[in-house]
Ligand binder design. Structure first.
Ligand code: PFF
Length: 424
């Protein structure tokens, strides 16, 4: 559940609809699902297995398994990726917190679509306020790591995840009753294959890594906490199914509403913040629905930021050889993150750049590094191999898994890179 909490977040509800909207709807969905099948299962399993086998976070795991420091660059890449993602992710979490406070005061009641759009622009343009709302989730995340209440978070997400799903189902039901919603469903489900371009494929791959939290070591930490008896394959499949379900549900809510309200699906990052308040106005209890939904969204974002910050905190703690304890590491990481948040709030280009460079380049590179590490560098089945960490992967399945790591996944990532550079 904690890993699902890391995966399910703003990537599903904020990013997936706007990236899908910009990249042809159904065409994007098909490529995205192929990416989830191709990369999702082998890579989530790999991170879990590395963590479970080594008992370490992304900092010490590679060295522990390999016995030397040659793969330490991969730990550094994971840490750097976590920092850059936090820079923009906390800003979007800040938008959610800002919308939650406004939902509480009933600001959205009776606003037209045009006003909702300019409202979002006004929210983002108010930099001091935005900064405050972005630093608030940094402080909340730091507090969770400071007091080490991760188990409490897991208990919380066991209740809140089903509640979020239920809420989204209700919203989907309401949206599908709107006039013109079928055009949105067609946009999302009826594919026009001519719209599949190298850019669409690259964006789908990036979104898959981002949404499933893979390629930057967050799930290695969760693997390290797994009980010995836990089945890695089954757990990985559960995380993938839940994450994909939430993303598709977000599409089923957003696109029919976009077309019913006469909006453009290519609105970009502001898409859901314009559409959601308008959807609540159509529901039976607008105030209650909007407050409940934005509260759940904030918590879903926090369960993701906790896993992100944990990567950096564990890194600083362990890299200092114990000189910096957990509390000091939390403070240092928070200070660094706040500096990045200031940059992202102040300069929109940096916000967009961090978003793109992490999902489209750094996470795929990190994932490829992990594939090559496990596939080529560690002995396949011996004492040191990761398969030893799990009794659930039987002989043939283990062979297929290792073959995927050695050839299929790295080759697919390289092909997608070359394709998007128009070299192929
Ligand atoms: N998967 C998260 C989301 O979809 O919102 C984002 C994320 C969390 C990415 C944790 C990476 C990570 F380590």
């Amino acid at each position: 559940m904690a890993a699902a909490g890391s995966a399910v977040g703003l990537g599903n509800i904020w990013k997936f609809p706007y990236i899908a909207g910009e990249n042809g709807g159904a065409a994007f969905l098909i490529v995205y699902l192929i990416c989830v099948l191709l990369f999702g299962l082998p890579l989530i399993m790999t991170e879990f297995l590395i963590g479970k086998r080594s008992g370490k976070s992304a900092y010490g795991a590679f060295q522990t398994l390999n016995g030397n420091s040659r793969w330490n660059w991969l730990s550094w890449l994971c840490m750097l990726t976590a920092f850059l993602i936090m820079g923009f992710y906390f800003v979007v979490t800040g938008w959610c917190f800002s919308y939650l406070t406004e939902a509480l005061t009933g600001v959205f009641h009776g606003l037209s679509m045009d006003t909702l759009s300019s409202h979002f622009e006004a929210v983002v343009a108010n930099k001091p306020r935005m900064l405050l709302f972005s630093v608030l989730p940094v402080a909340l995340t730091a507090a969770v790591l400071w007091f080490d209440v991760n188990t409490g978070i897991e208990r919380l997400s066991k209740i809140l995840m089903p509640l979020l799903l239920l809420m989204m189902l209700l919203m989907a039901g309401c949206v599908l009753m709107l006039d013109g919603s079928n055009i949105g469903l067609q946009f999302f489900f009826r594919a026009d294959f001519t719209k599949i371009t190298p850019t669409v494929v690259m964006e789908a791959m990036g979104q898959c890594f981002f949404s499933l939290s893979i390629g930057m070591g967050a799930l290695i930490t969760y693997g390290a906490y797994m009980p010995k008896t836990q089945n890695v394959t089954a757990t990985s499949i559960q995380v993938i199914v839940l994450d994909t379900l939430v993303a598709i549900l977000a599409g089923i809510i957003i696109f029919p509403a976009v077309f019913a309200f006469g909006l453009n699906p290519e609105e970009g990052p502001q898409l859901v913040f314009v559409v959601l308040p308008a959807i609540f106005e159509q529901m039976s209890f607008p105030w209650l629905s909007s407050v409940l939904f934005f509260a759940l969204l904030c918590i879903a974002a926090l369960t993701s930021t906790i896993s992100l910050m944990e990567v950096a905190v564990a890194f600083v703690c362990e890299a200092s050889n114990g000189k910096l304890n957990r509390h000091k590491s939390v403070l240092i990481v928070s200070a660094g993150v706040i500096a990045l948040v200031v940059l992202c709030v102040g300069i929109p280009f940096i916000f967009n750049y961090f978003d793109k460079v992490t999902a489209d380049i750094m996470m795929p590179l990190g994932a490829m590094g992990m594939c090559l590490f496990v596939g080529w560098c560690l002995p396949k089945n011996g004492e040191k191999g990761v398969l030893h960490a799990d009794k659930g992967i039987k002989h043939i399945a283990g062979k297929i898994y290792i073959a995927a790591l050695r050839f299929l996944v790295p080759a697919a990532i390289i092909l997608i890179f070359l394709n998007s550079l128009r070299i192929l």
